[in-house]
Ligand binder design. Sequence first.
Ligand SMILES: Cc1cc2nc3c(=O)[nH]c(=O)nc-3n(C[C@H](O)[C@H](O)[C@H](O)COP(=O)(O)O)c2cc1C
Length: 170
Amino acid sequence: MQTADAIRARRSVRKYKKGAEVPRAQIEKLLEAAMLAPSAVNSRPWEFVATDKEEILQKLTEAHPASKMLLTASWVIAVCARPELQPKHNFWQQDCAAAIENILLLAADMGLGTCWCGCYPAEPRTSAVKEVLGVSSVPVALIAVGVPDEAPAQKGFYDPARDLLISAFY
Ligand SMILES: Cc1cc2nc3c(=O)[nH]c(=O)nc-3n(C[C@H](O)[C@H](O)[C@H](O)COP(=O)(O)O)c2cc1C
């Protein structure tokens, strides 16, 4: 699939084929895509927790109020920030967002569904997710990954009113 097609194909999927196998090798490819993302001063201020353990998926739905789709997902990938790896800057949220989007786009290319569930800076979900995962890093997002069992309509669209070409001012 061309990158432009993956961008168009991506949707937030909230219903997956429960129990569908998504091989670990595919998850590793997604993590590679995440870690190929750009980051400020190449600080790579992130770590990733991926699991297909049903018990953890279930606990995460209790910790995060808008993550019920994890109950049918095959995996969750938690994208967590390590701000201490970027002491002179405060761009780690942007760095993690770039990593998240890389995961979503490669998953779309693979025919997998995903849903980005934001954590940081919302509380109490960030602290609750951190506790479930047992990490010292900052959970920025949970990404549900699975075989789609729905085909949501496209929500994104090009809006010329938001396209403020600088030439328009000169
Ligand atoms: C920062 C961020 C946080 C989000 N958090 C959630 C969430 O907690 N739960 C959820 O179901 N969707 C979440 N979404 C998905 C959005 O609702 C979705 O991207 C938006 O409705 C557009 O739909 P689309 O992704 O299918 O284009 C989040 C998206 C972003 C970018």
